[in-house]
Design a protein around this ligand. Structure first.
Ligand code: SAH
Ligand code: SF4
Ligand code: F3S
Length: 438
């Protein structure tokens, strides 16, 4: 009888892509995907621990599988990802979630297939967390699920130790994939017809630093942008301390590079940035923004912000608010600071009360909403490139470089998917409307 798997993914794009690797391993063992958890023979939780809310969601969802396991004692429940890698978590699963059969971490994700076979043979639970990162494993099966976009890891881990962040503890130190390995994967993806290739790393601008041979992110981007084919390269995430003018120039000058730059600022107060160990000042950040705006046509800048970091006063927060107004971001991801066990900030005094965090996050989100609305209005009349993706009854659905959807009314026949210039003609119920340009 056909066996089925169900993967639940939490957290960032890195995890979304890693779930494609988990799916690849399951497919190679002849499992098929199901959208119904109750119908699965294997359920995998690929977890995130960036904030407490993420962890609570994971624990709640795993808890809910207890009754499925009762109904089907052969059900295999596996937990992996950042939360599994976190200190002490494997023990927690062992003690409190005995119906979980396999627990493994971020450094041994590629071993999942082996663990699954071992469990099926021996029926002994597996708790295997590798303490440290090992060599990058190039030999992974993947089952890509993301339509016209393909994710590509260019580096793993993080060396930055921002004082609030758990990532360096659960993802290990920075290590870059070889340029040739990335190029051959991207070439294959272009051949397979993917239109967006999104390069992934916690800090893509330090790509290649570990090779110490002059390889850097600008070189990687230039190499990829010169490949043949009809595609665009995206990437995330950029750290403001490492984003160079060289990279901004490449983005500005290369047609095949997306003009979307996600540049997390975290705070608009120098005092807070210092406490966060971000290693740049607001002035440095503003200069980068100025450079991007002056050089990159049709730029789209988005950011991450943490409110309520320890010691953040109303004045500090207002500096952040003002910065968001000044930069006029196309997208703001605002989070309430969540203390993470083992990080430096967890032990800082003057933690900010929850009500104040709520208030500040809501203020930022309202501001961002207002800015986005204004920006959408300003798009009307503009000519831009869009990826025409889907046929509708009276036209097509398309996506702009920045990810916004556009509705196009036309009777013209188009081979999908393809990039075309469109002119934004209006907005209807928050949706952008456009016509095709000749
Ligand atoms: N490597 C990326 C993304 C890291 S996680 C970067 O450096 O930007 C994504 C976002 O989660 C961060 O940018 C930060 O805004 C937020 N974040 C990380 N740790 C957090 C914490 N402890 N509490 C609240 N938000 C946090
Ligand atoms: Fe976390 Fe900072 Fe590394 Fe980003 S750069 S993953 S925020 S430690
Ligand atoms: Fe979460 Fe891990 Fe990503 S902690 S945000 S899944 S790197």
């Amino acid at each position: 009888m056909q066996k089925h798997y169900y993967i639940k993914t939490y957290g960032c794009q890195m995890n979304v892509h890693e779930s494609e690797k988990l799916a690849g391993m399951l497919k190679s063992l002849n499992y098929e995907e199901t959208n119904d958890m109750a119908n699965a023979d294997v359920i995998v939780f690929n977890t995130c621990c960036i904030r407490d809310a993420a962890e609570q969601k994971v624990l709640g969802n795993i808890g809910a599988t207890k009754k499925l396991k009762k109904l089907n004692p052969n059900l295999i429940i596996a937990v992996c990802g950042c939360m599994a890698q976190e200190k002490g978590r494997a023990e927690l699963f062992k003690e409190k979630y005995p119906y979980v059969s396999i627990v493994f971490g971020t450094h041994n994700l590629h071993k999942f297939k082996e663990y699954l076979i071992e469990f099926q043979n021996k029926h002994q639970k597996i708790y295997n967390i590798w303490e440290n990162e090992k060599e990058i494993n190039e030999d992974v099966e993947m089952y890509r699920t993301s339509n016209n976009n393909a994710w590509v890891n260019i580096m793993y881990g993080c060396n930055n130790f921002c004082t609030y962040c758990i990532v360096p503890y659960v993802r290990g130190r920075e290590r870059s994939r070889l340029l040739d390995d990335i190029v051959s994967e991207v070439k294959q993806l272009i051949n397979d017809g993917y239109k967006y290739i999104t390069l992934l790393g916690q800090n893509v601008n330090s790509y290649g630093n570990d090779f110490k041979d002059g390889t850097n992110f600008a070189k990687l981007l230039t190499t990829l942008a010169h490949l043949d084919g009809d595609f665009r390269i995206k990437f995330m995430t950029s750290h403001p301390k490492d984003l160079t003018e060289e990279v901004i120039n490449v983005i500005a000058n290369e047609k095949k590079l997306s003009k979307v730059i996600h540049l997390p600022v975290q705070s608009g107060s120098n005092k807070i940035l210092k406490l966060m160990n971000r290693n740049y000042t607001v002035e440095h950040y503003k200069n980068l923004i100025k450079l991007i705006k002056s050089k990159v046509p049709n730029y789209f800048i988005s950011t991450d912000i943490i409110v309520g970091f320890p010691h953040e006063t109303e004045e500090d927060f207002m500096q952040t608010y003002k910065l968001v107004e000044d930069v006029n971001y196309g997208g703001v991801f605002a989070f309430m600071y969540s203390p993470r066990t083992g990080t430096v900030a967890e032990k800082m005094d003057e933690q900010v009360p929850q009500e104040i965090k709520n208030e500040r996050v809501n203020k930022l989100l309202a501001l961002s909403k207002k800015i986005i609305k204004e920006q959408n209005q300003q798009l009307v009349g503009k000519r831009m490139e869009a990826l025409i993706e889907e046929k509708t009854e009276d036209g097509y659905l398309a996506t702009l470089d920045c990810g916004k959807n556009v509705i196009i009314t036309t009777t013209e026949k188009i081979n999908l998917p393809t990039f075309k210039d469109v002119k934004i003609t209006g907005i209807n119920k928050n949706k952008l409307i456009a016509t095709l340009c000749n």
